[in-house]
Design a protein around this ligand. Structure first.
Ligand code: FE2
Ligand code: FE2
Length: 164
């Protein structure tokens, strides 16, 4: 059951969310929750923030849902290898099922910057990178929901003041 009750958000991600291979992410542990829940959270925050900023929110929202599209491909790797290699693996997996444009490739492949040395190219990619980091901190239980909301609002206002 989809926990984010937003019709437009659901319409944007529907075909991805309903793919069996993506549903399998619900069986993978990730930051103490499931990888599917993590990807949905990053995707939903990406949707709200990039839409409010009049960016390419549809493409960004879809790419954000696919940013950690892998199952056990990194299981043999050490921590740094996992951090640096899973974005490429996620991109390869995602492109088997979906046609991805340059923006979406950049979002997925660079979401672990600075572990993935080349920095993001697009504003949308930076946003997903930051949302992913904030979500990871929240999911690991280092901050509470209130603090996360405060952090997200602060980020939103900061971005607005810098770029609008
Ligand atoms: Fe990731
Ligand atoms: Fe992630």
């Amino acid at each position: 059951m989809m926990k984010y009750k937003n019709t437009e958000f659901y319409k944007i991600i529907k075909d991805i969310y309903e793919l069996d291979e993506v549903k399998r992410l619900d069986k993978c542990k990730h930051h103490g929750i499931t990888r599917l829940d993590h990807c949905l959270r990053v995707s939903y925050y990406t949707y709200t923030i990039t839409k409010a900023l009049h960016l390419n929110y549809k493409d960004a929202t879809r790419a954000a849902l696919l940013h950690d599209f892998f199952t056990d491909e990194v299981s043999g790797l050490k921590m740094y290898g996992r951090f640096s290699k899973h974005p490429k693996i996620a991109y390869n997996n995602a492109s088997k099922y979906f046609k991805l444009n340059k923006l979406q490739k950049d979002i997925i492949v660079k979401h672990m910057w600075p572990c993935t040395l080349t920095p993001p190219k697009y504003f949308e990619s930076w946003i997903v990178d930051i949302i992913d980091d904030i979500s990871a901190v929240f999911e690991r239980g280092y901050v509470t929901r209130k603090e996360l909301q405060f952090g997200a609002s602060f980020l939103y206002l900061f971005i607005l003041s810098r770029f609008r």
